[in-house]
Design a protein around this ligand. Structure first.
Ligand code: PEP
Length: 250
C-alpha cells in the first residue's frame, strides 16, 4: 500500500518546563517505538529546542519550532532565525498560527515571508490558515483560507510543494469544539485544489487539520481523503492522548 504517511505534529504552545518536557518526550518516544507508522513531531518553545533535540536523539520523533523570523540575521531583538533552528535539528516550523495572527498582528505577507525563510534553510513551514467564527457565519470560510494560502504561494513559487499546511478553524482551537470531519474535509479539498493549481507536486504537501483534535475524534478526521495529519495543541501535552492520536494515524 503506497498510501502517504500521515504527519502528527504537537504544538506545545507556551507550556512546559525542563522536568515536564523530559517526562513527556521520554514517554512519547517510548510509546512510539522504532516505527510509529506515521511522521511525528513536537513543536517546542525555542528555549527547549536543545533539550528536546537531545531527548529525541536516535528516535523517530522529529523536532519543530513554533515560529521563525522572516529575517536572516541581524538587529532583530527577540527573533530566532531559521539558520539557528536548523542548528538544533529543527525539521518543521509553525508559521502564521492564529494566536500569532491575533495577538501579534501577523499579516498574510509576514507569514509568507516566514515560510520563505524556513524553506531557504530546509525547514518545512507548517503554514496555518483558518477562519474565525464570525467569518464562518458570514460565509467567508473559503475566501479567507484561500487568501491566506495565496499569499504563501505567491511568495514561494515552485518551492510551494515543500510546505505543509494546517487548516485550523479559529473557533475550534482550544475550545473543545472540533470541526466535523465533513466540515474539515470540505475546506481541505479547497486547499488541495489551490495547491494543485500552483504546483505539479501538490501531492507532496501534507494538509493537517488542527482544532481540538483528541484521542476520541482523531480517527474520523484522519479518515477523510484530504486530511493528511493533525496539528495538536492541548492533547499533545499528555503522552497518553498524543500516543492515541499517533495510533489513529497509522
Ligand atoms: C493549535 O493551537 O494548533 C491547536 C490545534 O490547539 P488545540 O488542539 O488545543 O485546539
Amino acid at each position: 500500500n503506497m498510501k502517504k504517511k500521515k504527519l502528527i505534529a504537537g504544538n506545545w504552545k507556551m507550556n512546559g518546563g525542563i522536568a515536564a518536557n523530559d517526562a513527556l518526550v521520554r514517554a512519547v518516544v517510548a510509546g512510539m517505538g522504532a516505527d510509529a507508522g506515521c511522521q511525528v513531531a513536537v513543536c517546542a518553545p525555542a528555549p527547549y529546542l536543545a533539550q528536546v533535540q537531545m531527548l529525541r536523539h536516535g528516535s523517530a520523533l522529529e523536532l519543530g519550532a513554533q515560529d521563525v523570523s522572516r529575517h536572516e540575521q541581524g538587529a532583530y531583538t527577540g527573533e530566532v532565525s531559521a539558520a539557528m533552528l536548523k542548528e538544533f535539528g529543527v525539521r518543521f516550523a509553525i508559521v502564521g498560527h492564529s494566536e500569532r495572527r491575533q495577538y501579534h498582528g501577523e499579516s498574510d505577507a509576514l507569514v509568507a515571508d516566514k515560510a520563505k525563510a524556513a524553506l531557504a534553510h530546509g525547514i518545512t513551514p507548517i503554514v496555518c490558515v483558518g477562519e474565525t467564527l464570525a467569518e464562518r457565519e458570514a460565509g467567508q470560510t473559503e475566501a479567507v483560507v484561500k487568501r491566506q494560502l495565496a499569499a504563501v504561494i505567491h511568495a514561494n513559487g515552485h518551492c510551494i510543494s515543500e510546505i505543509a499546511v494546517a487548516y485550523e478553524p479559529v473557533w475550534a482551537i482550544g475550545t473543545g469544539r472540533t470541526a466535523t470531519p465533513g466540515q474539515a474535509q470540505q475546506v481541505h479539498a479547497v486547499l488541495r485544489a489551490q495547491l494543485q493549481a500552483a504546483t505539479a507536486h501538490s501531492d507532496r504537501v501534507a494538509i493537517l487539520y488542527g482544532g481540538s483534535m483528541n484521542a476520541a475524534n482523531a480517527a474520523s478526521l484522519l479518515a477523510q481523503p484530504d486530511i493528511d495529519g493533525g496539528l495538536i495543541g492541548g492533547a499533545s501535552l499528555k503522552a497518553a492522548d498524543f500516543l492515541q492520536i499517533i495510533a489513529a494515524a497509522r
